[in-house]
Design a binder for this molecule. Structure first.
Ligand code: XMP
Length: 501
């Protein structure tokens, strides 16, 4: 460590979103022609640079599915048991797929109630029925169950028995669609030469891939999903469970990523988990980013205290204003070819533009998405206006987690895993609410529309080009001029609301 006299006590000012503006430049780019493809980590590409926050009022299965369909990525929060989080990963991976290689199945002796439970858990409309050797005995779907009201009836009495229309392994997507059409069926089991079930193709997946052409998908056509993990032995076991469930990206999710335990966790996970990208964080300096990169991180998450619900900066007096944090960290990330996630503090689409100019490849959003229909937060109506609850993962509510029987899995994000009494917890976040904003698709449309507009002003054809644009520091008078001023605003715009908090 440097000695006191070697380094300045007070560094030059750091900048955040409201301190800067993108400088317009010569351009041939029209917004609709800008390409928003980017990477969230070394090996994972997205069509749009948006990631939903790993928070229990932002990202569970429904948000993760919706984000991936729109071309972004959802990061499942970790304030729940490892089994429950792994189940959510599975739900996303099974929600639509070119072909499900490991379909949910049941045996002939399962009851109607068992199958209904499976269908509800995995949000599917039916399951193939197999024997102990995985030989296909039949299929049971909504159609077979619709007029049956005895929950104890065995599947063997209700299923449509073999022989069914099936396809051999290796069938192409086009041929599968032809068979689904010809036989007017919704599910096509894939069987090997011995009649054993090896996969399932469903018509729903073809419809979905037409409807969401930019969706984030893996090599098998399944939606991409990320999940948060902590550090320590439990976290490593959790990470393995999530990897087995098919997670694509793991984010080692801590308030202070430039910490020995975090670096070790990143190093261990990078070494042990093949086929899963590891993103480390959070850090706010070039040295922090370099340490994560040296530990083997495939992505670096930047942000200490910029979040709308964070109190880290006032409670611990710590942080770096977010534009400066992103820029400094990007000096290490760009040199290593490691993508940077700018996490927290984004209030408007213009802030996404500024984060990317500063060096981010994607941004993580909490408050902007917590108001979406797809977010898990509770809907509350106050004076006739709808809101959704939104809370920091370091808030008292998240750390005591009464909704899940009082077991908190998020305390260790703030280094307080060992604190057993509620009264001794030192929160670093607050509990609040945000206006209900309707469908995620509409919110994302506005955010990406603003990003495209910024790319047009910068003359940036791609996200890489936008990272080469310039920012100008502005004064408080410049900020005042930037927002609507000197008029009474009488209606909200879809991308700029009167403050109604
Ligand atoms: P926004 O501004 O998008 O920020 O709402 C979301 C990000 O905030 C971080 N986060 C916290 N930071 N205390 C903190 O200091 C907290 O309780 C807390 N909860 C979330 C997190 O990085 C998230 O993505």
């Amino acid at each position: 460590m440097d000695t006191r006299s070697d380094r300045p006590k007070i560094l030059p000012p750091g900048y955040t979103f409201d301190d800067v503006l993108l400088v317009p430049a010569a351009s041939k780019i029209i917004p609709s022609g800008a390409v928003t493809r980017t990477r969230v980590s070394r090996n994972v590409e997205l069509a749009i640079p948006l990631v939903s926050a790993a928070m229990d009022t932002v990202t569970e299965t429904r948000m993760a599915v919706a984000m991936a369909r729109l071309g972004g990525l959802g990061v499942l929060h970790r304030n729940l048991s490892a089994d429950d989080q792994a189940r959510q990963v599975e739900q996303v991976k099974r929600s639509e797929a070119g072909m499900v290689t490991d379909p949910v199945t049941c045996g002939p002796d399962a009851t109607l109630a068992d199958v209904q439970q499976l269908c509800a858990t995995y949000r599917i409309s039916g399951v193939p029925v197999i024997d102990e050797d995985r030989r296909l005995l039949g299929i049971i779907t909504n159609r077979d169950m619709r007029f049956e009201d005895d929950p104890s009836r065995p599947v063997r009495d209700l299923m449509t028995p073999s022989p069914l229309h099936t396809a051999p392994e290796g069938i192409s997507g086009d041929d599968a669609l032809t068979l689904l059409r010809r036989h007017k069926i919704e599910k096509l089991p894939i069987v090997d030469d011995a009649g054993r079930l090896t996969g399932l193709i469903t018509v729903k997946d073809f419809v979905k891939s037409d409807e969401f052409p930019d969706a984030s998908r893996d090599g098998q056509g399944r939606l991409l999903v990320a999940a948060a993990v902590g550090v320590g032995d439990d976290a490593i076991a959790r990470a393995r469970l999530l990897a087995d469930a098919g997670v694509d990206v793991l984010m080692v999710d801590t308030a202070h990523g430039h910490n020995e335990d975090v670096l070790q966790a990143v190093a261990l996970l990078s070494k042990q988990l093949d086929g899963v990208d590891i993103v480390g964080g959070n850090i706010a300096t070039r040295a922090g980013a370099q340490a994560l990169i040296d530990a083997g991180a495939d992505g670096v998450r930047v942000g200490v205290g910029p979040g709308s619900i964070c109190t880290t900066r006032v409670v611990a007096g710590t942080g770096v204003p977010q534009i400066t944090a992103i820029y400094d960290a990007s000096l290490a990330c760009a040199a290593a070819g490691v993508p940077l996630v700018g996490d927290g503090g984004i209030q408007y689409s213009g802030d996404i533009v500024k984060a990317i100019v500063a060096g981010a490849s994607t941004v993580m959003l909490g408050s902007l998405l917590a108001g979406a229909k797809e977010a898990p937060g509770e809907l509350v109506v106050i004076n006739g206006e709808p809101f959704k609850t939104y809370r920091g993962m370091g808030s008292l509510g998240a750390m005591r987690n009464r909704e899940r029987g009082g077991t908190s899995y998020s305390k260790d994000r703030y280094g307080q895993a060992d604190v057993l009494s509620e009264r001794e917890l030192v929160p670093q976040g607050i509990e609040g609410r945000t206006p209900f904003r309707g469908d995620l698709a509409q919110i994302v449309h506005q955010l990406v529309g603003g990003l495209r507009a910024g790319m047009g002003f910068a003359g940036a054809a791609t996200i890489n080009d936008l990272q080469d644009a310039q920012l100008m520091q502005i004064t408080s008078a410049g900020l005042k001029e930037s927002h609507p001023h000197d008029v009474a605003m009488i209606a909200d715009a879809p991308n700029y609301a009167r403050q109604a908090l």
